[in-house]
Design a protein around this ligand. Structure first.
Ligand SMILES: [Zn+2]
Length: 308
């Protein structure tokens, strides 16, 4: 297929969106200049909102004390987020909180580093971040969390209280959930994919079985008015309610059930990989070519086989 400007741009956008880095393989002179990324600040309530650009959703708080950000996307959109937050908060950006270590959530940490006093993350997030950066030999260009926690972490900021909780392994083994208590807004990071097949990082300690439990605990811990920010969503729909958390729990549960049946029937993993839709969850989309229903079922299959 000839590479038109349109297909190049959409490839670039979808590749960037999932942390795979810029598209490669185009001859330098012919490569068109990508337009500036489309970014948006959307306020939710009480100074809490979210920023979409490329990669995982950035959550933010702006109040009289300044600003706080959750996750940093990639360097290019992080620069736009930092500039926009500084404009909204003359007191500056106090801290950056990381939900987990993936590049589309921490790739902009270094841009924030110069603006914030600290970077916070779960202890496993830091560990995976260090290991992946070491493997990629990119430590010198990476900014890591300098403040870590194991179960919980809490801070007050202006008239808001921020509570971090760790519920155990899910999307990785280092995912934190951050709650702006007064605004009652929860940033789920990649523990919540809204109507999109999720990425699941088994090499970094993910557990689908426990992820289901994590979502149940999160749903129980919050009220019906709580607003949840998803790491990724179909058509950028990342503002969610408890119904979406419960729906995603049901989706993961259905994936596990399908994989269990396949294991019990002696089917091969290959037979699952071609699956494109799950009954009852047909509106779930693939955010890129890798993250299909088949990918998720394959991960469930591996997890079930490992247990035996
Ligand atoms: Zn992730």
């Amino acid at each position: 297929m000839p590479v038109t400007r349109r297909t190049f741009l959409s490839t670039t956008a979808s590749t960037l969106a999932l942390g795979l880095g810029p598209a490669r393989g185009f001859a330098q002179p012919a490569a068109p200049v990508a337009p500036p990324p489309v970014t948006n600040f959307t306020e939710i309530r009480r100074g809490v909102g979210f920023f979409t650009g490329s990669g995982g959703t950035i959550g933010y708080l702006v109040n009289g004390a300044g600003a706080v950000a959750i996750d940093s996307q990639f360097a290019n959109t992080a620069a736009i987020a930092v500039a926009g937050l500084k404009q909204r908060a003359p007191q500056g950006i106090e801290m950056l909180l990381n939900t987990h270590h993936h590049g589309d959530h921490t790739g902009g940490n270094q841009v924030f580093r110069g603006a914030v006093k600290r970077i916070v993350g779960h202890v496993n997030c830091l560990e995976w971040h260090r290991r992946t950066a070491a493997a990629a030999k990119s430590e010198s260009q990476t900014s890591f969390a300098d403040t870590t926690f194991t179960d919980q972490w809490k801070t007050s900021f202006g008239d808001e209280t921020i509570q971090a909780r760790y519920y155990g392994a899910g999307h990785t083994s280092g995912d934190a959930v951050y709650h702006f208590e007064k605004a009652d807004v929860v940033h789920m990071g990649d523990l919540l994919f809204n109507r999109a097949h999720p990425n699941i990082d088994r090499p970094a300690g993910a557990s689908v079985a426990n992820w289901i439990t994590v979502l149940e605990k999160v749903a129980r811990a919050h009220g019906n008015d709580t607003i949840f920010i998803a790491g990724h969503g179909k058509d950028n729909a990342v503002r969610c309610g408890k119904a979406e958390v419960t729906h995603f729990r049901g989706y993961l549960s259905a994936c596990m059930d399908t994989a269990k049946k396949a294991v019990a029937a002696g089917q091969t993993k290959d037979s699952l990989l071609a699956t494109t839709t799950l009954p009852g969850f047909d509106d779930t989309i693939a955010l890129n070519a890798r993250l299909t229903a088949g990918f998720v079922l394959g991960v469930c299959f591996d997890e079930l086989r490992e247990k035996k």
